[in-house]
Design a protein around this ligand. Structure first.
Ligand code: BJ8
Length: 429
């Protein structure tokens, strides 16, 4: 992790009501994990990763201080958990969006007794961060926006709502139906009304259009990183690309446009110069499945320490975040909201039925990223992704695509077994 002098953030955390003892433990452990995974295990990293390293190195500091300052100036902080909640609406209303999610089991102690043991790691972790007062992004949020995707999350909002200001968007279940579009538009308008009430600002055609342009630009920069990953040798490791995506969820969109854009420039130059982050002969792996919230770097680390390269992620912390571009067209707010609804309903998530386009996305991406094999990644006790993985494994094999299914959690208990299975899979490719 970059050794830079960081200001003393303790007074800020104390004002936010952070449990300092637990927080010290959390931040105390992170640099070592980061060093092992990112510094010691990698060579030939792009220089542009320095910025992302700095952001992670001060994960609860500088960005939180920006949010505190923005709140003092009257802005609101809106926290979300799912790609289905449009950033565009939050930005248009001059609020700040932060993606909240838990990628470590460190926080699970705080959700113990509130969730059954057979709850997915992501929900256990997220709820623990929220209730344990160890995440300043939770502490500072003026509103937490949930959604009705999987059952575990639905129940999580009820528990969280006893302690925080929570609003739930009802995402439709059969997203391909015409009535789902009508319903989602109604829900998005209700979200607009809620956010107008919280922010005191009014949605206009102009501010929504400007926000859509900004968010599309942010996504376009991330797409450039992914486009670069289609090359051989791959100019950036999967681990580093994952970090870029994870940071994108909570950093300032304008800064992201600039810094991700700068990194993309560097990667494009690396391609021209034939510089790779991982050997040209490395096996190329596409990972598909559940999102990987920061600091969940487990699977990428296991794959890349075996000499392979993760070249893309068909996940919400991967391609689902930036694919489904849209044309900004229309003359009214309603027109723009319809464009947004159609775009978001195209995100292929296992919580919806049917979700057959996900298979098509994976097959297309295997070709685009020239992947030698696919790893289907599911979190233990996540039924939607688990069930889809069975059908996808069969379907991909029928297409002649080598596939490995991995079901895991945030612990390191299964690393020995996973190492053996991943090694065998890579040898077979
Ligand atoms: S659009 S993937 S961000 S819902 S792993 S909590 S599904 S039990 S996260 Fe997601 Fe939106 Fe879909 Fe993307 Fe439930 Fe499964 Fe846990 Fe999950």
């Amino acid at each position: 992790m970059v050794e830079t002098e960081t200001p003393n953030w303790r007074p800020m955390w104390e004002i936010l009501g952070i449990d300092m003892e637990k927080h010290d433990m959390l931040l105390g452990a992170l640099p070592e994990i980061y060093k092992k995974i990112y510094i010691d295990a990698q060579k030939s990293r792009p220089e542009g990763m320095g910025f992302f390293e700095y952001v992670v190195g001060d994960i609860h500091g500088i960005r939180v201080s920006e949010l505190v300052k923005a709140q003092e100036e009257g802005k609101k902080v809106i926290a979300t958990f799912c790609l289905y909640i449009p950033d565009e609406i939050i930005v248009a209303l001059d609020a700040i969006g932060v993606g909240l999610c838990g990628g470590t089991n460190f926080s699970n102690y705080a959700s113990e007794g509130l969730l059954p043991a057979n709850t997915c790691a992501l929900i256990q972790s997220s709820l623990g961060f929220g209730l344990g007062n160890i995440c300043p992004y939770y502490a500072i949020a003026d509103l937490i926006v949930g959604e009705t995707t999987c059952d575990g999350k639905k129940k999580c909002w009820e528990i969280l709502g006893n302690h925080k200001n929570v609003y739930v968007v009802e995402t439709p279940q059969c997203k391909d139906r015409p009535q789902a579009q009508v319903h989602f538009i109604t829900e998005l308008k209700a979200l607009v009304a809620k956010l107008e009430e919280i922010t005191g600002n009014k949605l206009t055609f102009e501010n929504l259009k400007a926000a859509m342009e900004k968010i599309q630009n942010k996504r376009a920069q991330i797409r450039r990183i992914y486009n670069a990953r289609m090359n051989n040798p791959v100019p950036i490791s999967g681990k580093d690309a994952l970090l870029v995506s994870q940071v994108a969820f909570y950093d300032d969109p304008d800064r992201q446009i600039q810094m991700v854009g700068k990194l993309a420039d560097e990667l494009e130059q690396r391609i021209e110069d034939g510089v790779g982050a991982i050997s040209k002969d490395a096996k190329r792996i596409l990972i598909s499945g559940a999102p990987m919230a920061i600091p969940n770097w487990k699977l990428h680390h296991l794959v890349e320490t075996k000499g392979a390269a993760v070249v893309a992620e068909e996940t919400c912390t991967g391609t689902r975040y930036f694919e489904s571009e849209y044309e900004i067209k229309g003359d009214t707010i309603d027109d723009l909201i319809e464009v947004l609804a159609n775009r978001y309903l195209r995100i292929n998530c296992a919580c919806y039925t049917p979700n057959s386009s996900r298979k098509e996305d994976i097959i297309r991406q295997v070709k685009e990223y020239k992947a030698d094999g696919v790893i289907l990644y599911t979190l233990s006790f996540c039924q939607p992704y688990d069930i889809e993985a069975i059908g996808l494994e069969k379907a991909l094999k029928e297409e002649g695509i080598p596939v490995l299914s991995i079901n895991t959690d945030y612990t390191s208990d299964d690393e020995g077994q996973l190492n053996t299975r991943i090694e065998a899979f890579l040898e077979m490719l």
